[in-house]
Unconditional design. Structure first.
Lengths: 80, 137
């Protein structure tokens, strides 16, 4: 898999289902090998993201709390 | 993934019930679900070109200002905007119930075309909803 590009999605301050929607919008424009970093503050985002990863089979590279935000890095691997 | 679908019979016209219609529709459409919404009952008044004013259930009326402020703080879009976002993201169809429309004297051109795709009978809805989950809201 070739080295892809990286985009950052700032979904801080928007509520469910905003963050997952923004991730999916970025995902639709991405290709395998790309990284998508998402910043979110919605407390449901962590579990929603895990559910989306389970559903789609993409790779969760990183998930951490950085002060008041959740930072997630997804590696796109499941595009057909 | 494309075979999943969720359908809703949206009957209640109060905003506390319409908000989850928007949330579920937007999320399901983003995830790739087919979404079918059959609007009937009092909810029909909310998808008109000139919708009626938002209403809330009497027993929670005192809490409505706090909820509205909270919705603004978390930048939650209106339920209608969430449905429209769902339409942009995926396969969302909104049907108005022809029987209730007739009973209320509403014609197809009375409905907001940016929300409502068609005025149909319940047979159409049952056919499009067949085999998937159905929520009554």
């Amino acid at each position: 898999m070739t080295q892809g590009s990286k985009v950052t999605v700032d979904a801080r301050g928007i509520a469910c289902p905003g963050p997952i929607t923004e991730l999916i919008k970025a995902y639709r424009n991405a290709k395998n090998g790309d990284l998508i970093e998402v910043w979110a503050t919605d407390p449901g985002f962590e579990s929603d993201l895990k559910a989306w990863i389970n559903r789609t089979g993409n790779q969760l590279v990183e998930l951490r709390r950085d002060q008041d935000k959740i930072v997630a890095v997804v590696k796109v691997t499941a595009k057909r | 993934m494309g075979s999943e679908k969720i359908s809703m019979i949206v009957f209640s016209g109060t905003d506390d019930r319409l908000i989850p219609v928007g949330v579920i529709t937007q999320a399901a459409a983003a995830l790739g679900y087919e979404v079918n919404i059959f609007v009937t009952g009092w909810a029909l008044m909310k998808v008109l070109r000139k919708p009626t004013q938002p209403t809330w259930p009497k027993e929670f009326e005192q809490m409505v200002p706090a909820l509205q402020q909270g919705m603004a703080r978390i930048k939650a879009p209106s339920w209608v905007d969430m449905v429209k976002q769902g339409k942009q993201l995926g396969n969302v169809k909104v049907y108005a119930c022809s029987m209730m429309a007739e009973a209320m004297g509403l014609k197809k051109e009375d409905f907001d075309p940016s929300i409502v795709d068609d005025v149909v009978g319940v047979t159409t809805f049952l056919e499009v909803a067949k085999g998937g989950q159905v929520l009554f809201i």
